[in-house]
Design a protein around this ligand. Structure first.
Ligand SMILES: [Zn+2]
Ligand SMILES: [Zn+2]
Ligand SMILES: [Zn+2]
Ligand SMILES: [Zn+2]
Length: 1340
């Protein structure tokens, strides 16, 4: 034993005391200053952990030497505590507010450290009578030596006089730190175990505080808290409020509030009851109030003083209730520690159902940081299991509500009102529970039984009478509802106590009923039933009177009879009436809230309009008024058309009631969407994305060299566009955006980063929904309505169409143009491919083909010769705005108005966004059509239309060159080898660009493109799609794993057609191997090949169907709106006018010619022959976040094995896992900081830049916290997908319950990532929690 052999307890404490010596002031109290450096002191405090360790094991026996050395240590402890008694004392400020907030935290930190082991110390004392006696004597002596004798005065209430200590806490210093008084209280509670009392001969000492002196300091503290609640300490600032808060808080109250109440109870049990009450009244300054004269005197006393007195009376009554009814402390009441804990739990759950963590946090912890909750909770509460994403909660068992005490001393004021609210709403088992009456009481222990005498002493009866009398008066200066409630509560306690004594003791010393009747208390209660002032507590009043009659009867007959009342019909009726009223009130509240929001909105509009008055005066005349805004999108009239066809000469008519009017969210005006303006826009967000990447870690090439016309088939980087769907006038938006900019520019630079959006990146929040946005998408009329003027009935088979294009591509010339003529601002020359004119090409074609071919493209010449200028300037501006955003963000390039790649980036973003939506629908198992969210619908409509008209703002020469370059990759010509091979091209993106570029092929040079040249779904589009579809099938076949010899399941019956189709594909495949120069056999069976190709082509077909649906506005086939379409591929082929069987598709004679060319491409041959498995598997599987283990401890183990890659095998402090690729990083540490564009960034930010194009999802393993990052400087935390058995997360791993993966939660995170919402999540989190803004996310 370290204490016994080495006197270690005393030694450590003495050493600690020595370390603290220089913090003492002249009175030998600790005095901590602000701005002082406490590093050493903090270090010294670690010694106190050693003390705790020394005391961890209670001794079984006390061998020689141990008691002495333990008491040695105890004596040193008392010295230490004496330096703390009275530290940081405060004096009430009057007149002036305190100048600076005094230091208070250091003292509280010391208190918390010491209170870690105080309970252990008391447990030691409780095991040995001799030790306890000596310890109590020492403590009393120490208290005496600190306090000395007090100056006393005599105070009286009527004939009841008492000697009181003369001290006024309202003018003299008071301290919240009273550890010596409190250790005396703690020891006093143990006396009963050995039959000792305060007056036992063992404690006969000269210098021993008298009972009223024992409670002096705690009482001052209580009065100070009460005065503060009454508003008398307002000028003492926040430091006092913080201290009072901590005094009551679950961390500190065990060795503060609780012990002070014990001390009051000790004194109350030792003092004559009247004496005790007079002392309290004196301290609360209420001796004046209790006189009858108080209410009748015509004093012109100030309102403020009156109000304070009322508040102090309430505080005084509350303290009385606490002293009398807080018996759940072993030593005071006949209770066990488990009873006490259950009572705490009951009262917490009376506030409302609570999650496990909330409940744990509200309960005090023992020295091992345990609450003991699990051991007892099942007796008082039911656990409602977590459901999916709803966490589990504890709910109080209904029969436990009877223990509810609204004046429970650990309740804060808000706990009190919340718990009362909960009680009122709760369906009651019996009307006796109405009005929250005091619960039945447990018995006091022998030593504290005198406390009950307080209840029927003269001063108490006088207090009750005074309050009841003044309640009855119409013009009382002192009446308040809480006073009445508390006095009724006190009377209830008295009646309970008397009934208990009668039952338990068959008599007892309490004669409350008798004495209270004598002073007329019950007569007054009867009168009050009809009084308006008592209305609020009528239920409680009725209950008290009922109980009074019972106890009176009990007393007279001494017949034990339980107080049971049946719910009467009347009370049931009253209950349902109350429910009805409640419901009414709730719905009224909802209406009021709605109205308030509406008023707010209209107010905002008014301000906006008045600020932009001029603008409105200008534009008003142009606005076309619209009576109502109907939702035109909702009715898809598809019952007329069974199998609509979107492409080709025989296509179905477009669903064209789309010419709509939209309302601006900023000015509330409705405007028709027209090309001649005024322009309307959608708030939109464009971001670079690697979500669909099949080659993670692949970095984007140098911006200047990227040929953006061909999107890589692994989709490693794309440009995603999204919108919240909120519409504004372009003018309104620009005004709004400028005002945001102006506001931010006025802010000091150092605060600029502290925003949820980054104005340097043109970010703003949607003015309606606060969605993060960084550009706008223009709203345009539907494409068929733009192309309406042209008639197109020509049919042209693929072979003929291709012939014309082949000739065009092969005959194109490459011409170097310098900057001026190419309309390119850069100095360098630009190489353009110039195709032959349509007339020249037609001369090269066969006569019958030429006619049709010319007719097909004639519209281009017709229209492009008409004068341009159909679009108003603001619409053109908005088209520019969006395409510039797609260009600058997608390529991370500087804005460049005439860069030739600008339109291509818009098309690529259109294709990428459709890809992403297709993935999302596939991932969710949703049908292709019919379930678009309105955001996706708005986005696709606007995006496809913007992509179609972006040509309008580009140079025709550049477009023609792009077109030739693009086509050459599939069609051939001398430049075809410069284009990437089909294996490395994403053919859906190719399709989108080709559809938008083709109309420019024969446009007239030197002119602007016409807006009417938009694609409309004719033969051009049909043939393009078919060509690209063939290429896709070839792409799939080339990359397919064909060594698979597994037989198909036998039960599947293979139709003749399927067999044929499979065979055609197999033939094509072996032909392809030959072309690619591969010595390889097709080992796969034809039916299996067919099945494989069918499923592999589906994503492409789905994307194409979405795309052409929005291009042509042809209603989607009914089949594709079903969750499980019969044959999705077939339906799409019909819709897109593609041959439905592969036999038809690949047996065209031209296919072999195309295939041999494609397979002969040098890159393709190279990729095929090395078989380096860099080939993709079609269909591209939907990317998922990394697989996480079900048991969280596995992750912890994994992280503990991870060492920092930059510091020689050291552990990483914050191991963090990328949820996208699984890489483990050393986050938030200098060792792994790198630079990104010259700015130092942490490992996570650096990793997010390459892995997620700036967007990152990480799991901080030690904290069990999901970290979201975006835009380099912004981030937020997200609840982790790991839950404990109570359905709760444990961020920070503070509670340490076993955690398991919750798949639903992880899936939610996966969806957020998949739909590109991470930046939105972060922006919303930053908006709602400004403290997140101060975190330096880029250093994580
Ligand atoms: Zn507007
Ligand atoms: Zn919005
Ligand atoms: Zn990663
Ligand atoms: Zn590191």
């Amino acid at each position: 034993m370290l204490i016994q052999d080495y006197n270690l307890l005393a030694r450590i404490l003495a050493e600690f005391l020595k370390q603290c010596a220089h913090y003492k002031n002249m009175d030998s109290k600790f005095a901590f200053q602000r701005n002082q450096n406490y590093v050493e002191f903090k270090r010294a405090q670690y010694m106190l952990y050693d003390v705790k360790y020394l005391l961890t094991c209670k001794p079984e026996s006390w061998p020689d030497g141990l008691p002495e050395n333990f008491l040695n240590g105890f004596a040193v402890l008392l010295d230490l505590l004496s330096c703390m008694q009275g530290m940081d004392s405060v004096t009430r400020q009057v007149g002036q507010h305190i100048e600076y907030e005094p230091e208070w935290e250091t003292a509280f930190n010391l208190h918390i450290k010491i209170s870690m082991f105080l309970p252990l110390l008391l447990e030691w004392c409780a095991t040995n009578k001799q030790v306890l006696v000596q310890a109590y004597r020492n403590a009393l002596q120490m208290l005496w030596s600190i306090q000395g004798r007090f100056q006393v005065v005599t105070r009286d209430v009527d004939e009841w006089a008492a000697t009181c200590i003369n001290y006024d806490p309202a003018t003299l210093p008071v301290s919240i730190h009273l550890p010596v008084s409190r250790i005396v209280a703690g020891l006093h509670l143990l006396l009963g175990r050995f039959g000792l009392t305060y007056d036992s001969p063992e404690f006969t000492m000269e210098e021993k505080p008298a009972p009223r002196e024992l409670m002096e300091y705690p009482l001052r503290c209580q009065v100070m808290v009460a005065q503060s609640h009454a508003g008398m300490w307002r000028r003492n600032g926040y430091s006092l409020l913080h201290q009072i808060y901590l005094y009551h808080s679950v961390r500190c109250r065990g060795e503060m509030l609780d012990k002070d109440i014990v001390m009051l109870q000790v004194s109350a049990s030792l003092l004559p009851p009247n004496n005790f009450l007079v002392t309290l009244l004196d301290r609360f300054h209420l001796l004046y109030w209790i006189r009858d004269a108080y209410d009748t005197r015509q004093l012109s006393s100030q309102e403020e003083t009156l109000r304070q007195t009322v508040a102090l009376v309430e505080e005084f009554l509350r303290l009385l209730i606490i002293v009398l009814s807080e018996r759940f402390v072993p030593g005071i009441g006949k209770v066990t520690a488990a009873d006490c804990l259950m009572r705490e739990i009951i009262h917490q759950l009376c506030i409302g159902p609570m999650a496990h963590s909330e409940l744990t946090k509200a309960l005090p912890e023992n020295q091992n940081r345990e609450t003991g909750l699990e051991l007892v909770v099942a007796q008082v509460a039911d656990f409602k299991k977590p459901r999916e994403t709803v966490r589990g909660t504890y709910e109080l068992k209904p029969d436990c509500y009877k223990h509810y005490n609204p004046f429970f001393y650990h309740y804060t004021r808000s706990d009190l009102s919340k718990s009362e609210e909960t009680q009122r709403k709760r369906p009651k088992a019996s009307p006796s529970e109405e009005g929250c009456p005091p619960p039945a009481l447990v018995s006091f222990t022998e030593e504290f039984s005198h406390l009950a005498e307080l209840l029927d002493c003269e001063v108490m009866l006088r207090v009750m009478r005074v309050v009841l009398e003044r309640t009855g008066l119409t013009h009382s200066r002192s009446y308040s509802e809480p006073q009445l409630q508390m006095v009724l509560h006190l009377i209830g306690i008295a009646l309970h106590e008397e009934a208990r004594q009668v039952e338990e003791l068959r008599g007892g010393s309490l004669h409350f009923v008798l004495r209270a009747t004598d002073v007329g208390i019950f007569a007054r209660l009867e009168v009050l039933v009809a009084n308006d002032h008592a209305k609020a507590h009528k239920d409680l009043l009725t209950w008290v009177l009922k109980l009074y009659k019972k106890v009176k009867k009990l007393k007279s007959h001494a017949v034990p009879e339980l107080i049971v009342t049946e719910p009467s019909a009347e009370s049931v009726a009253r209950e349902s009436e109350r429910e009805r009223v409640d419901q009414q009130r709730r719905s009224d509240l909802a209406t009021a809230r709605r109205n308030r929001i509406l008023t707010q909105m209209s107010q905002m509009q008014k301000t906006f309009i008045s600020e932009n008055r001029q603008l409105f005066d200008e534009t008003h005349t142009e606005l076309t008024p619209c009576p109502s805004q109907a939702d035109i999108r909702s009715d898809h009239s598809m019952e007329e058309e069974e199998n609509p066809v979107a492409l080709g000469a025989a296509r179905t008519a477009a669903d064209d009631n789309d010419v709509g009017q939209e309302m601006c969210i900023l000015c509330q005006e409705t405007t028709e969407i027209r090309l001649d303006g005024p322009a309307m826009v959608l708030a939109a967000f464009v971001q670079r994305s690697t979500v669909m990447s099949k080659s993670r870690q692949k970095l984007p090439e140098d911006v200047e060299d990227t040929d953006v016309l061909f999107v890589s088939s692994d989709l490693f980087s794309g440009t995603h566009t999204a919108t919240c769907g909120h519409i504004m006038h372009a003018d309104c938006w620009q005004k709004f955006f400028e005002s945001v900019l102006a506001k931010e520019r006025r802010r000091p630079i150092r605060l600029r980063h502290h925003l949820s959006f980054d104005i340097d990146k043109n970010e703003f929040l949607c003015p309606l929904c606060e969605n993060l946005s960084n550009t706008v998408l223009p709203l345009l009329p539907s494409l068929p309505s733009l192309a309406a003027s042209r008639s197109q009935q020509v049919e042209l088979p693929l072979a003929d169409w291709l012939d014309g294009l082949e000739k065009t591509v092969t005959s194109s010339k490459s011409v170097r143009q310098n900057a001026e003529t190419a309309a390119c601002t850069s100095e360098e020359e630009l190489t353009l491919l110039v195709p032959e004119s349509l007339v020249a090409i037609c001369r090269l074609l066969k006569e019958n083909v030429a006619a049709n071919f010319q007719q097909l493209f004639n519209y281009v010449c017709d229209i492009s010769s008409t004068p341009s200028g159909e679009l108003c300037e603001s619409v053109v501006d908005m088209i520019y705005t969006f395409s510039q955003s797609a260009y600058t963000i997608g390529l991370d390039a500087l804005p460049h108005r005439e860069n030739p790649r600008m339109p291509v980036m818009t098309w690529n973003s259109c294709a990428f966004t459709i890809h992403a939506i297709e993935w999302y629908l596939r991932d969710e198992g949703k049908p292709l059509f019919g379930t678009f969210s309105s955001r996706n619908l708005d986005c696709l409509n606007a995006l496809v239309r913007s992509a179609a008209v972006v040509s309008y703002v580009c140079s025709v020469e550049v477009l023609k060159s792009h077109c030739v370059h693009l086509l050459s990759s599939l069609i051939g010509g001398e430049h075809s080898d410069e284009a990437p091979c089909i294996l490395s091209t994403d053919l859906f993106s190719y399709l989108v660009s080709a559809v938008f570029l083709l109309p420019a092929l024969y446009a007239e040079n030197g002119k602007q493109m016409s807006i009417k040249l938009v694609p409309s779904g004719g033969e051009n589009e049909r043939n393009l799609l078919q060509l690209i579809y063939i290429a896709h099938v070839v792409q799939i076949l080339l990359t397919a794993e064909t060594n698979d010899e597994e037989e198909m399941e036998v039960e599947e019956v293979i139709s003749k057609e399927d067999r044929e189709e499979g065979k055609s594909l197999a033939q094509l495949l072996s032909f392809m191997y030959k072309c690619a120069g591969l010595e390889r056999d097709v080992k796969i069976t034809p039916p299996r090949l067919l099945q494989m190709v069918r499923s592999a082509t589906l994503p492409f077909l789905r994307c194409a169907a979405i795309f052409f649906h929005f291009v042509t506005n042809v209603p989607a086939p009914h089949d594709l709106c079903l969750e499980f379409p019969n044959s999705e591929g077939e339906s799409i082929c019909t819709y897109l006018a593609l041959p439905s069987s592969f036999t038809q598709l690949v047996e065209e004679p031209l296919v072999n010619r195309l295939v041999s060319r494609w397979c002969d491409h040098p890159t393709a041959r190279d990729m095929m022959s090395h078989r380096s498995r860099r080939l993709l598997d079609y269909p591209l599987e939907i990317n998922q976040l990394v697989h996480l283990p079900s048991d969280y401890s596995e992750l912890i183990n994994q992280a503990s094995l991870f060492t920092c890659p930059n510091s020689d095998g050291d552990d990483s402090r914050a191991p963090t896992m990328c949820l996208v690729c699984g890489t483990m990083l050393c986050s938030q540490s200098y060792c792994c900081q790198t630079e990104l564009d010259g700015v130092p960034v942490g490992a996570c930010t650096a990793h997010a830049a390459c892995c997620g194009a700036g967007v990152g999802l990480f799991l901080r393993v030690r904290e069990c916290q999901v970290l979201l990052l975006s835009g380099r400087t912004k981030g937020s935390f997200f609840p982790p997908p790991y839950l404990d058995d109570y359905g709760e997360t444990d961020q920070g791993l503070r509670r340490g319950n076993p955690l398991h993966l919750n798949p639903e939660r992880y899936r939610r995170l996966q969806t957020i990532w998949l739909v590109h919402s991470v930046p939105q999540e972060i922006a919303h989190a930053l908006e709602s929690n400004s403290s997140l803004l101060s975190i330096d996310w880029q250093h994580l």
